[in-house]
Design a protein around this ligand. Structure first.
Ligand SMILES: [Fe+2]
Ligand SMILES: [Fe+2]
Length: 266
């Protein structure tokens, strides 16, 4: 778990990251949206445990959480979800309805607290509304992001993630070439189906993101991207169907990765 930071005036990032030896790191973010009815977006990785709760508690009293928007039920997003629902008695779970059903295979999901959401729905959270949107790329069919209609901040799920050289709190600090390469690599890895897409139809999917005119892009797997990075990011995604999709590591390559991750002796 890394130190929380402010992404925009009313959003905190709760960041963690996964090291990829010899390659870089994948950021893993949850978010706190300080709306009149506070919203937590995703719940970190399980291994962070109480550290995640401590980080969350440093920016918001968990008892005041009203909504937990779960972008999808992958393990890098559901880490503290059970604990959070104990600590936040008034919180409701906002997610794809079938994600709630699937999670009930490993967690006694409080179904009476689930608010099923689908693309195009709006959720009122007191001082603003959140419009549910489909992320252009995804690794899980339940993926549902949103745009805060008061501020234009887009929560883009796994889309626009990137493998970057080292953790940072601002996507603009990553050298442009490294960011573009790391974003294309992540996209091909996380959404391998992109090599199958019809380019024109995929272009229309990217156009729908363009029409949202987001003011900032908050991906689950990228440092906060504030301001005008949208066109360069869309350009990277448009290139993804044509990038070479890397094969899985061989048994030998995986052993080499593990060796690189081992702490140095002494
Ligand atoms: Fe995912
Ligand atoms: Fe993810």
């Amino acid at each position: 778990m890394d130190a929380p930071y402010a992404a925009t005036p009313d959003v905190h990032v709760l960041p963690s990251h996964l090291p990829l030896p010899g390659i870089g790191v994948v950021p893993i973010n949850a978010y706190v949206l300080h709306a009149e009815e506070p919203v937590v977006v995703d719940t970190g990785v399980g291994l962070d445990g109480e550290t995640f709760i401590d980080a969350l508690s440093s920016v918001l009293d968990p008892a005041t959480i009203r909504w937990v928007w779960l972008t999808h039920d992958d393990a890098d997003h559901t880490g503290a979800i059970e604990r959070l629902f104990e600590l936040a008695p008034d919180a409701r779970l906002v997610c794809h309805g079938l994600a709630a059903l699937r999670m009930s295979s490993w967690w006694g999901v409080p179904m009476d607290r689930v608010h099923a959401i689908r693309v195009g729905d709006r959720l009122a959270v007191g001082d603003r509304t959140l419009l549910a949107v489909a992320p252009p790329l995804y690794d899980n069919p339940m993926s549902t992001g949103f745009i805060d209609e008061a501020t234009g901040v887009l929560f883009s799920v796994d889309s626009f993630g990137a493998i970057i050289p080292e953790p940072t709190t601002d996507a603009a600090e990553v050298p442009a070439e490294a960011l573009a390469g790391g974003m294309a690599s992540w996209a091909a890895l996380d959404s391998p189906w992109t090599e199958l897409v019809d380019r024109d139809r995929f272009g229309r999917v990217l156009d729908r993101v363009r029409q949202l005119q987001p003011t900032s892009i908050l991906s689950s797997h990228l440092p906060a991207a504030r301001g005008t990075s949208l066109e360069s990011f869309l350009g990277v995604l448009a290139s993804v169907p044509d990038v070479e999709h890397a094969p899985a590591p061989s048994a030998e390559e995986f052993q080499q990765m593990l060796a690189a991750m081992a702490p140095a002796p002494g």
